[in-house]
Design a protein around this ligand. Structure first.
Ligand code: GAL
Length: 681
């Protein structure tokens, strides 16, 4: 594999989907090793009752499969696979490499991950070894080889599930093997120490390197570490983890040709590696999503996560590999899902391209760290609301089988570059209130509330299919991305940029001249000074544009037109919002943090200019999104409010059988999926 990450587009070979089941996949993680065998038969009967057709097994079973190094026991797994296969339930077979056994840690203590502070992590939990540990690589590929050899042609296995959530809980490791591998990675990236010194700006604070073995991982130092070095270590780590995945995947492919191999992503999670690169390597994109339960707009964040996952999948169907039926156990306040929320959440993922709805986990664990986590089958058993909703969801997914394989079309893209987030999150930025995630959520929410469908895109990706591209937070813009964005706008694209974008290049270095370096001529302006605001400080904008918080700037326009000025505050009378004609396109700039209503006005202006704002705005809380095939449209109307909602649509509700002409009525808290043949939506 290449050591330089390819991040622009998913793999060019169309991904295979699972050979079975026939309709949408439904099921979850299944950890029967925590139960006596009598329970297994009962579980499988209940799975059948619920319409479950796929389960993920073996994910945390390394010590059961290999109780001592190179001694194997597959009897229990053979038995389990037999039961599942006889019941017609397909298997997503996990490799257990996210939780090495106690014997591994005892024998290879040097493989333990080391934190930035220098602490080697203990065992007795879960989490992989150092991603660069040769001992771990050998042990992980060897148990994978055993599994793949044994089950590679097993008729029940329709998917391979490598590891679990790479990057969590172990990502960066500062052990000796990682430092050695980091140096190799740097040699491959820069070729010479001179180039590395230049890229890292090591003349600052006298950090220049004279020999390769002077270069270390950026462990905690007396003051702020070299920021380009930190960014490179994050890139290196993403790549090191990806190499672990690829090593296991390639072993599986040798023994199970044609069976897709995946691993579960955490699309918008801050611990994630660079999934644009990863999505090229998995056969099917699979994602885990958990609500930020406390937030009342958590269904909007769910949509964002699902839209990012679909984008990573290149708009091909993807799998929701894990979510929860109710409360999780690891947030501050683990708010339970209310009646109907389970179905709304699941179907929102389906609406946004998922062809599999899977949960963590089938039967609730009685012991261990996750005993307070919800499950499909709760501790209280089948007499529960959750179990009834699990049965209902099985029915619903069955009724939606014709949706399988259909796709979502978006005319708007939000730029998403995890490298930029990594860099922005380093220390000593102009204001601790700068928050890339907050801005992306704000811009996304405006579009969600309008029922405008959004893709996410890497700034180096082909953007020509989008009428409007938003950059709510793009602090770092590398050379390729800069050229790409320029080409997009020059060619007639509409581009809306928020503050603190285009500030540094790929080495976290400020490009020569005024900010925003790479965007200066696209936006037709220069920023002479950042003017971060005090906590609670508000600045007013002219022309009814509302007010801003967090940030202002001293902007000097060149070719840009001023849409709104600061009325007061540190930038008083200067431009606040601008618009610039560039080539055949238009670029807007918003230099402060607008609240939701004011931001909506700007975003809708840009969308209108791009010819997008044609759909009627849905009533408050109604999620609207359409999946299509060349012959059919499936419009999902997901009502997150308590009140009935109406929306213009004609066709038949696949879930209730109700027929609508012109207007669909969706009762509070429920979901309609309106099927209309092409030409009749
Ligand atoms: C996921 C993880 C699962 C389980 C779940 C609980 O992140 O992959 O194994 O721990 O969280 O919410």
């Amino acid at each position: 594999m290449t050591d330089v990450l390819q991040r622009t587009a998913p793999r060019s070979v169309p991904a295979p989907w699972l050979e079975r089941p026939a309709g949408l996949c439904y099921g979850g993680d299944y950890n029967p090793e925590q139960w006596p065998r009598e329970v297994w038969a009962e579980d499988i009967a209940l799975m059948r009752e619920a319409g479950i057709n796929l389960v993920s097994i073996g994910i945390f079973s390394w010590v059961l499969l290999e109780p001592r190094e190179c001694e194997y026991d597959f009897e229990w797994l053979d038995h389990l696979m037999g039961l599942l296969t006889d019941a017609g339930i397909s298997v997503d077979l996990g490799t257990p490499t996210a939780a090495p056994p106690a014997w591994f840690w005892k024998k290879y203590p040097q493989a333990r991950p080391v934190t930035r502070e220098g602490m080697a992590l203990g065992s007795g939990s879960r989490g992989m070894a150092s991603p660069s540990s040769p001992e771990y690589l050998r042990a992980a590929t060897s148990i994978t080889e055993q599994l793949a050899r044994r089950y590679g042609s097993h008729p029940g296995v329709v998917l391979w599930h490598v590891h679990n959530e790479y990057g969590a809980p172990v990502s960066e490791s500062y052990d000796d093997s990682s430092v050695a591998a980091f140096r190799d990675w740097l040699r491959a990236r820069y070729g010479t120490l001179e180039k590395l010194n230049e890229a890292w700006g090591t003349l600052f604070w006298g950090q220049k390197y004279g020999e390769w073995d002077e270069v270390d991982a950026p462990r905690v130092a007396a003051s702020v570490s070299n920021q380009a070095q930190r960014l490179d270590f994050k890139r290196f780590t993403s790549n090191a983890l990806l190499k672990c995945f690829i090593a296991e995947r390639d072993v599986i492919r040798r023994h199970a040709p044609g069976v897709p191999v995946t691993t579960n992503f955490m699309a918008t999670n801050c611990l994630s590696p660079d999934y644009w690169a990863w999505s090229r390597e998995v056969d099917i994109v699979a994602n885990d999503h958990y609500l930020v339960a406390e937030r009342t707009d958590n269904h909007v964040l769910l949509s964002m996560d699902a839209d990012l996952t679909r984008s990573l999948a290149g708009n091909r169907p993807w799998m929701l590999m894990e979510h929860s039926t109710g409360a999780v156990n690891w947030q501050g306040r683990n708010i339970a899902k209310r009646p109907g929320e389970l179905a709304r959440n699941s179907l929102s993922h389906v609406a946004r391209g998922a062809d599999a709805v899977m949960f963590f986990q089938f039967r609730a664990s009685r012991y261990g760290a996750e005993k307070f986590h919800s499950a499909m089958l709760p501790h209280a058993g089948t007499g529960t609301r959750i179990w009834r909703e699990v049965l209902d969801l099985g029915d619903d997914l069955n009724k939606l089988s014709s949706v399988k394989g259909s796709t979502v079309r978006a005319r708007v893209a939000i730029l998403w570059d995890v490298e930029s987030f990594w860099a922005q999150d380093l220390e000593w930025r102009p204001s601790s209130d700068l928050d890339h995630r907050e801005r992306i959520e704000a811009y996304y929410s405006v579009l969600w509330n309008q029922g405008i469908t959004v893709d996410f895109a890497h700034p180096e990706a082909d953007l020509s299919a989008y009428d409007l591209v938003l950059a709510p937070a793009l602090y770092l813009i590398g050379e390729k991305a800069a050229a790409n964005l320029r080409e997009y706008v020059d060619g007639g694209g509409h581009f809306l940029v928020s503050y603190f974008s285009g500030i540094v290049d790929g080495n976290d270095t400020v490009p020569a001249g005024a900010s925003p370096g790479a965007l200066r001529d696209i936006l037709g302006l220069e920023i002479h000074e950042f003017l971060p605001l005090r906590e609670q400080e508000t600045v007013s904008l002219s022309g009814g544009s509302g007010s801003g918080t967090v940030w202002a700037e001293d902007i000097h326009v060149g070719s840009a037109t001023v849409v709104s000025r600061y009325v007061d505050g540190p930038a008083a009378s200067g431009p606040a919002i601008t618009r610039n004609a560039f080539g055949r396109g238009t670029a807007w700039y918003v230099s402060t943090r607008l609240d939701d209503g004011d931001l909506a006005a700007v975003v809708l202006d840009a969308a209108g200019a791009a010819g997008i704002a044609t759909a009627p705005q849905p009533p408050q809380g109604l999620e609207v999104i359409t999946r299509s095939t060349p012959t059919d449209h499936f419009t999902f109307l997901i009502n997150h409010s308590d009140a009935d909602a109406e929306y213009p649509a004609s066709g038949t509700d696949l879930l209730t059988g109700a027929a609508f002409e012109h207007t669909a009525v969706v009762p509070g808290g429920t979901v309609s999926v309106i099927h209309a043949p092409e030409g009749n939506s």
